[in-house]
Structure formats: structure tokens, C-alpha cells
Design a protein around this ligand. Structure first.
Ligand SMILES: C=C(O[C@H]1C=CC=C(C(=O)O)[C@@H]1O)C(=O)O
Length: 415
């Protein structure tokens, strides 16, 4: 555990481009041009196994209790903050990490701030201009070779899952696949983030400890006792033709296969939130979220916490939701182990940030890639699909290809 941390947040003039303020490949949590970027590392906790999120929660409570914080701005994301990413599976070697950065720049509406965190006192607050990037000096993206993936292996896994569902072993399982990418030189994550944020502005463009992506799925936002989750499951591809896509969206909203897939995911989130909230609001009908590569059935669930649960406490229970695992959860996790042949690493795990009060914003690490910690020229891109009784192998392959598109394009692949 670090010694008592000193933290200072001051207001700054809003930067034109939040991501461009990062002077080195750092942390990103950006949506619609707002959010947080951070760099440097004051302290971190690495944890593994089934208690990885609990350990992070306990560590964070101790660190934040002892911190000395002067915060002139008082907005979500100001003051002391840590960013984290956790593995999907308990048994994964990837484990989890909670990172306390040295510098954080935040933008929300027309407000902006700089936070500096120090382990040995802060005698003088540095000027924003002295710590942030002055000019964009991001190295160009090297040439990247991206594999196509093993369609036969995937088809076998999906067929086996449909059979198991048909036999009554489980209702839904989310199967994922990974494709390898190899760059000619180390990839600077800032070039990927810039593309993702431009092409997927309504997603959370994130980079935390080697996991990078643009995810549309909010696992839990906790803000002064209010908890919000955006559940996504059930997917089709847009055609690019606006009129045709409106008709497709309507068909998605009526599709019994997609509605079933979606309903399992909503139930898995709602049942956890109900145990922490006096009341939970769940819209009766899902809406359709339009993204450039896919359209999803979406349900925004909200609740008022009946006790002071931290964001980490909530995500420990919410993960893995049936948007990434299945129903029933434990059976689905076993079927994933049996059929997928993959260590998902931190893909499909919780990724986000927490502040000293326990508030924070955590998404599911989807539409993402893991940069190899041992070799920054190697990446693994991931995509998964919810499988239910009516799933078809070919359609699920096409869906997984569509879900790989954001990272493929960020790595320079042509559409
Ligand atoms: C597992 C993924 O997506 C989930 C989120 C939205 C829609 C999904 C689906 O329709 O299968 C998945 O449950 C992924 O992108 O890798």
C-alpha cells in the first residue's frame, strides 16, 4: 500500500481535444469528447482469482481513507481516482489491476480540470501546459497484419452450444473468439484511441492497463446513490441505408430470438440491482441502439441504492452478466470453459474508474483488444455472441465479424 497520497484538483480551460492532451500512451475513458485521460502511475494493485475485485475494493478503501484531497471542482471523476480492468474469468492469468495515475485531465460539459496525485506531498501545483502534451507527437500506426480467425472451430463451438441448449442443459451462453494481430513495430495506443473515439463517439473509448477498445455496454455507473446500467444483447448489422435500417431495427425489436437473448441479460443485471436498491426501474420494452457496425437491443436499468455500496462492490456482483456469460451463470461459465478454448483475459471483464467516495463508471470491456504485456507488437482482438436455441452458426459468425470491426479498423484494416 502506498503512503498517504496528496491529491489536488484545479479547474483548467477546456482542451480542444481531450485525448490529445496525453503526453504518453496513458489511460483513456472518453465518450462524446468528454471524460478522463490519465498518465503516470503512483500506485497499483494487481490481484488474481475469484477475490480479485474484492481485494481491489479493500485496497482502494484503505488508500482513499488516508488520502489528503483538495478538490476545487467537485464533479464525478475529480479528486482521488483509480482506473481498473479485471479478467472475465476467475482462473485467468490476466487477473485484475487498479491503477492510481499521477496526472488526470477531465472534461464534463464546459468544465475541465487537472488532478495531480503524489505519494510524497505536493509542494506546488504544476501548470497544465507544463504537464500535458503541447503538440500531437503520436507515432504513426505501424503496418498491422490481422488474422482472419478459425471459422470451423467457431462453428463447431456454436453448434455444440445450440445442442446443449436444446438438451436443456442451459438457456443461453455467450461464446467468444479471438484473432491475433501482429504489428511491424510497437503500437502506440493513442493512435488507436483517436480512431475509436472518432468512429464510435457514443461508446466509451477506453484504455486501461493494456486493454483498449470502444465499448457500448455500461455495467454500472454509481453517482451519489443513483445506479445506472445499460444492458445490451441481441444484435443485427446495419446496412448503411437509413430507411432500410429503421425497418431492420423494428424487426430486431420484434425478433423472438433476440428478445430472448436480451431478456436473460436484463434479468441478470436487474436481480443484482434489486438486492441493493429500494426500487429498480426497468423499461418494459428494449430500445434499439444504433452503432456504425451493429444495432443492439438496449435496456437502461436505473435504481436508487438503499445502502452505501461502492461501484466495485456492485460490479463484483454484476459480473459476469448474461450479456457476456449466459443463463444460468455457473452452467454457462462451465460451457464457455468447455467449448471456447480461449483465455479471454480481460476482454468481457469490468473496466472503468472509481473515486474516493466509491462512485464510478464501469463498462464491460467489449469491442476490444489486449496488447500483449510482453510484446507490444502483438494484440488479440475479441468478439463474442449470445447463443440461444434459435441461433444459427453462419449468422453468429457474421455478427462476431461485425463486432471485430471497430478494432480491426483502428488497426488500419480497410472495410
Ligand atoms: C459479447 C459481446 O457482445 C455482447 C453485447 C451486446 C450484444 C451481444 C449479442 O448480441 O450477442 C453480446 O451479448 C461482444 O461484443 O464481444
Amino acid at each position: 500500500m502506498p503512503g498517504p497520497l496528496t491529491v489536488r484538483t484545479v479547474a483548467i480551460d477546456p482542451p480542444e481535444d481531450l485525448l490529445a492532451t496525453m503526453p504518453e500512451a496513458g489511460i483513456s475513458w472518453v465518450r462524446r469528447g468528454e471524460g478522463l485521460v490519465a498518465w503516470g502511475e503512483v500506485a497499483r494493485l494487481d490481484s488474481r482469482g475469484a477475490s480479485r475485485i474484492d481485494e481491489a475494493d479493500a485496497w482502494w478503501r484503505r488508500v482513499s481513507r488516508h488520502a489528503v484531497v483538495r478538490d476545487d471542482v467537485h464533479r464525478p471523476g475529480t479528486g482521488l481516482i483509480a482506473f481498473g480492468a479485471f479478467s472475465f474469468a476467475d482462473a485467468s492469468d490476466a487477473g485484475g489491476a487498479l491503477v492510481i495515475p499521477r496526472y488526470v485531465v477531465g472534461v464534463r460539459g464546459d468544465e475541465a480540470w487537472l488532478t495531480v496525485i503524489s505519494e510524497d506531498g505536493l509542494t506546488a501545483m504544476p501548470a497544465f501546459a507544463d504537464v500535458a502534451a503541447r503538440t500531437a507527437t503520436v507515432p504513426a500506426l505501424p503496418r498491422v497484419e490481422i488474422a482472419t480467425g478459425d471459422r470451423d472451430a467457431w462453428s463447431r463451438a456454436v453448434s455444440a452450444a445450440v445442442e446443449r441448449i436444446g438438451a436443456g442443459e442451459l438457456d443461453k451462453v455467450v461464446l467468444a473468439r479471438a484473432v491475433q494481430a501482429r504489428a511491424e513495430a510497437p503500437v502506440d495506443v493513442r493512435s488507436l484511441l483517436a480512431t475509436l473515439a472518432t468512429e464510435y463517439p457514443s461508446c466509451w473509448t477506453f484504455h486501461v492497463d493494456g486493454l483498449v477498445g470502444a465499448t457500448p455496454e455500461l455495467l454500472a455507473r454509481v453517482d451519489h446513490g443513483l445506479v445506472t446500467s445499460r444492458v445490451l444483447a441481441g444484435t443485427i448489422r446495419p446496412t448503411g441505408d437509413e430507411t432500410a435500417d429503421l425497418a431492420h431495427a423494428a424487426a430486431l425489436a420484434r425478433s423472438s430470438k433476440d428478445r430472448e437473448e436480451h431478456e436473460y441479460a436484463v434479468r441478470s443485471v436487474t436481480s443484482v440491482l434489486e438486492s441493493h436498491c429500494g426500487s429498480v426501474n426497468v423499461p418494459e420494452e428494449p430500445s434499439v441502439l444504433h452503432l456504425p457496425n451493429v444495432m443492439h437491443l438496449a435496456t437502461d436499468v436505473t435504481g436508487v441504492l438503499s445502502h452505501n455500496a461502492s461501484a466495485l462492490e456492485l460490479i463484483r456482483e454484476l459480473h459476469p452478466s448474461a450479456a457476456v456469460c449466459g443463463t444460468p451463470t455457473l452452467t454457462a461459465a462451465r460451457v464457455i470453459d468447455a467449448l471456447e478454448g480461449l483465455d479471454r483475459g480481460r476482454y468481457a471483464g469490468p473496466v472503468g474508474w472509481i473515486n474516493a467516495a466509491g462512485d464510478g463508471e464501469w463498462c464491460i470491456g467489449l469491442r476490444s483488444a489486449e496488447i500483449s504485456p510482453a510484446d507490444p507488437t502483438r494484440l488479440r482482438l475479441f468478439a463474442g455472441c449470445g447463443i440461444v436455441a434459435a441461433s444459427e452458426v453462419g449468422a453468429e459468425w457474421a455478427e462476431s465479424e461485425a463486432k471485430l470491426e471497430p478494432m480491426r479498423r483502428a488497426l488500419g484494416a480497410q472495410a
